[in-house]
Write a protein that binds this ligand. Structure first.
Ligand code: CAA
Length: 692
């Protein structure tokens, strides 16, 4: 079967693109379209051409997998678009599913666009660190106006066809069969001359103020990123220059953006996210349990946040607490969160009530007997969790999934107190649980395939990115973050100020550095763990500088004082008391402070994550390096345009990473050392293992 099928309905030639799963503009598509256009050009009985996608969608974009191929091997989207723009007979793009990126650019070069009302049209290239590279930056402003085009190109968010019709982006909506409607439309417009060409239109609304505002806005939405600035520059060209000039500039800037580490990072995360959903040995036909109702134990910050995920997709939740007061407090927090969303206009009060009506509070754990999944979200204490699971074992119906939201504890040990360890799994949500997209799915030794497959599907249903991890202290995310925290503390002992370490991470694009994060999480949590561990080990009472801060009663943001001061309750301000404490501490411990450069701070902090990540990978706790990146981007705010810590290390070169680790007194993990010696990358390691 050809990638572009030709068929005829009398005087209309139909070109159907068949490149599953999403009809990406890949190898063979331009050849097929050119062949079709050749036929249409040479046959006088053909009066118009319809281009349509076979299967579930129109063209969902350029084939991202071809971006790293040598230029001469990449499918020639620009050449195809250019030919369509000049074609002498009417061309009609018939759109269903998604017309994204190169797909919409193809449609914009046709004479007309028709679509089913629920089709989605957009230019999402910015999300991949590139820009519309086949005329999109020049044509979209000429159709929908500069302001709207900028919004679409900078957010990457598509619009539904019915809205697109109002914007003039779709010429006609087709109710019923798309092909029939498109052919009829093509016939009706077969004799239209001159043919409408977007490239000949003017872009409206491009005042200097609009571009100045767009550039200023980028500081907030896309700070440090390359391609959004290019998009604004190109939209300005669309408004002020002849089409050809913008078209040429676009090609140049597209290549520059595509070849940047930022685009490589974003493309890496695009595929990593999809790869994370694939579990070796877990077939697509693995039976799943149907999840119709959920139970949650604990109505604290985590429990309430977790409940919201289920309520948002219409799954009823029964939530259990030990006191009426805790239950009332938990429910009022959930309600307040929803009401705040409603105040911002992102949901109606009816939506709030509909969600709240799905939430049943109870003090009786027996009420969970019919739940298909039960998630325990109480505080981190093994004895308490074991007690809950012992009781749940006697209450939950057979086949119900019993999940723990533990962030560090041994899920095997928790499962061992039940008579059905195969039903037990860890579902580690990240705070705030109704916002953060990551879900670490902790597979214990005896977790069944069904429970694992159901949990993965559930993650998708509640709009999370699920990543499967193995059991160890802290799993993937928190285990790495512990090492990062240790390194940050050391940096300060050696002479850096806490705000220097945080600034190094801001410079990399993280919203928070290690100390801002600790203050937000609460310093007492780590303090208690350190004290407990020392006691268990019979070691002396820990006396680090951070311990001393906690002993001053400064527990972080919640006490309005931690490593930083919080005069307005939220914004950290460097604290004089911390400077004094550090100076006394260093004196007492005989530490001579030295200057720590931002480069050193960045390397030591990020590479501590990478080094622990390599160890985790080697132990099989994470399945792929790319899974670790997904965890850091979706759970810890690592900028997606850096691709996650492992991809960042690949970009730096693993030899350099290993050498720097040694230079700064850390021992490279064996896997990292080996890959560095063999001149390999984490990506190549992932690829080899997938093939193997
Ligand atoms: N190129 C290559 N592969 C693609 C692709 C693309 N543009 N879009 C999707 N795929 C692949 C996915 O990797 C996935 O592959 P596997 O099954 O092997 O994992 C498969 O198609 C299905 O994708 P999803 O799982 O994402 O399916 P979905 O139904 O949830 O979503 C979609 C479909 C909305 C199209 C989504 O895949 C998407 O957003 N794709 C990216 C669209 C995009 O960014 N297009 C612009 C490309 S850049 C461009 O066009 C540049 C230019 O101007 C020249």
């Amino acid at each position: 079967m050809s990638i572009v099928e030709q068929s005829r309905q009398d005087d209309v030639l139909i070109l159907t693109i068949q490149n599953p799963p999403v009809n990406a503009f890949g190898v063979g598509v331009p050849e097929g379209l050119h062949a079709g256009l050749d036929v249409a050009a040479s046959d006088d009985s053909i009066r118009a051409v319809v281009i349509i996608g076979g299967g579930r969608t129109f063209v969902a974009g350029a084939d991202i997998r071809t971006f790293d191929l040598p230029r001469e091997q990449t499918p020639d989207l620009r050449g195809t678009v250019d030919r369509l723009d000049r074609f002498e007979k009417p061309t009609v793009a018939a759109i269903h599913g998604t017309a994204l990126g190169g797909g919409l650019e193809l449609a914009l070069a046709c004479s007309y666009r028709v679509a089913v009302p629920d089709a989605q049209l957009g230019l999402p290239e910015v999300k991949l660190g590139v820009l519309p590279g086949a005329g999109g930056t020049q044509r979209l402003p000429r159709v929908v106006g500069v302001q709207r085009a900028l919004e679409m190109m900078l957010s990457g968010t598509p619009v539904r066809a019915d809205e697109a019709a109002q914007l003039g982006l779709v010429d006609q909506l087709v109710q019923g069969d798309l092909l029939t409607g498109a052919v009829q439309f093509a016939r009706e417009h077969a004799d239209a001359r001159p043919l409408p060409r977007v490239s000949e239109r003017q872009a409206e609304g491009g005042s200097p103020e609009v571009f100045a505002a767009a550039r200023a806005g980028l500081q907030k939405t896309h700070r440090g990123q390359l391609s959004p600035g290019f998009i604004v520059d190109l939209a300005e060209m669309a408004a002020t220059q002849p089409f050809e000039q913008g078209w040429d500039a676009e090609a140049r800037l597209f290549m520059q953006a595509k070849d940047s580490p930022q685009s490589r990072g974003l493309r890496h995360i695009f595929f990593a996210e999809r790869e994370a959903g694939k579990i070796p040995g877990l077939g697509k036909d693995t039976p799943q349990t149907e999840i119709r109702t959920a139970g949650i134990i604990g109505a604290g910050t985590m429990g309430g946040g977790i409940a919201m995920n289920f309520l948002n997709v219409g799954i009823p939740v029964t939530i259990v607490e030990t006191s009426q007061e805790a239950l009332d407090r938990g429910l009022s927090v959930v309600r307040r969160n929803y009401e705040n969303t409603a105040k911002k206009g992102r949901m109606t009060m009816e939506d709030v009530e509909r969600r709240m009506a799905l939430l049943t509070p109870t003090l009786n754990m027996e009420d969970l007997k019919d739940a298909d999944i039960i998630i325990e979200a109480v505080f981190e204490n093994m004895d308490v969790k074991k007690d809950i699971f012992t009781r749940l074992d006697g209450i939950a119906k057979p086949g119900a999934i019993l999940a723990t939201n533990t962030s560090t504890l041994d899920v095997n040990e928790i499962a061992s107190v039940t008579s059905r360890p195969e039903s037990v799994i860890g579902l580690h949500f990240f705070s705030p649980a109704n916002v953060m997209r990551l879900l670490e799915i902790v597979r214990a030794d005896k977790t069944s395939q069904t429970v694992l497959a159901t949990s993965m599907a559930l993650a998708r249903r509640i709009k999370k990115v699920g990543v499967v991890v193995g059991v160890c202290d802290g799993f993937v995310g928190n285990r790495m973050v512990h090492r990062y925290g240790d390194e940050a503390r050391k940096l300060v002992e050696e002479g850096a100020r806490p705000q220097d370490a945080d600034a190094a991470m801001h410079a990399l694009g993280l919203p928070m550095g290690p100390f801002e994060m600790s203050d937000m999480a609460g310093l007492d949590v780590g303090y208690l763990i350190r004290q407990h561990q020392a006691k268990v080990a019979g070691a002396p009472k820990p006396d680090g500088w951070l311990d001393r801060i906690v002993e001053q009663g400064r527990k972080g943001q919640k006490t309005q004082a931690g490593i930083y001061d919080y005069p307005d309750g939220r914004k950290p301000v460097p604290a004089a008391s911390t400077d004094e404490l550090l100076s006394t501490y260093r004196q007492e411990k005989g530490l001579t402070p030295r200057e720590v450069t931002q480069e050193e701070a960045t390397k030591r902090l990020v590479y501590s994550l990478v080094n622990e990540g390599a160890q985790i990978l080697d132990e099989g706790i994470a399945q792929r390096a790319s899974d670790i990146d997904v965890i850091y981007v979706y759970g810890y705010g690592f900028p997606a345009y850096r691709g996650g810590p492992m991809q960042y290390a690949d970009e730096q070169g693993l030899q350099n990473v290993a050498a720097d680790l040694e230079r700064y007194g850390q021992t490279p993990a064996p896997l990292l050392k080996r890959l560095a010696e063999e001149g390999k990358t984490f990506s190549s390691y992932d690829r080899e293992r997938t093939r193997g």
